[in-house]
Write a protein that binds this ligand. Sequence first.
Ligand code: PRP
Ligand code: ZN
Ligand code: MG
Length: 226
Amino acid sequence: VDKNSQRLTIAIQKSGRLSKESIALLQACGFKFSLHEARLLAHSSNQSVDLLRVRDDDIPGLVMDGVVDLGLVGENVLEEVRLERQATQLACKVQRLRALDFGQCRLSIAVPKEEAYGGIQDLDGKRIATTYPYLLQNYLQQRGVSANNAILTGSVEVAPRAGLADAICDLVSTGATLEANGLVEKEVIFRSQAQLIQRPEPLSAAKQAIVDQLLPRIDGVQMARE
Ligand code: PRP
Ligand code: ZN
Ligand code: MG
């Protein structure tokens, strides 16, 4: 990505829960893109806009560092990366432009259905598998619980059965993943939806003009489907 480019760069999730709706929203706002599966970068044919398609976990950092101008990302990922970068003294500011009407989910703690659960204190001294160690730690600390986090990068839901953890902390949307793995949701620690974020430093006039045109269109699209 060329930082000096006059084209507005928007990072979106390459493949996952937010991908389709992110592209659909930008298209509904009038941006035309031809997407090639293998390509990371997609140029708009009718606007000075480029899409960068990356892992959702990378989006907040790219925006915070000003490598891209805008990002569409889940609040869960945004907040986790913010906490992580705050703890490691990296830039962690973004401008939140809009809450988007998709990507609703919650970050929850779940335990195997055969386990008795009387409350969060039952997790004291236990091991919890997650890909969200900072959000989890925050929640536990505020409640005086000290659990051991097993930090995994995926397949968190199989950790209890595999003997890696006593509980998990993961995203729940429909609940099908928990159900399929014999887990029951016990604590909701964070509620999330997609967000449109912008890098902290001001944009060039040309880029700002595109954003000024984009925001009312997003509002219009979202209002129409309310
Ligand atoms: C999340 C989570 C579960 C699934 C839950 O993954 O890790 O695997 O969604 O959804 P459900 O309740 O509808 O079954 P997701 O693909 O959103 O994110 P990731 O690829 O970043 O792990
Ligand atoms: Zn992810
Ligand atoms: Mg997953």
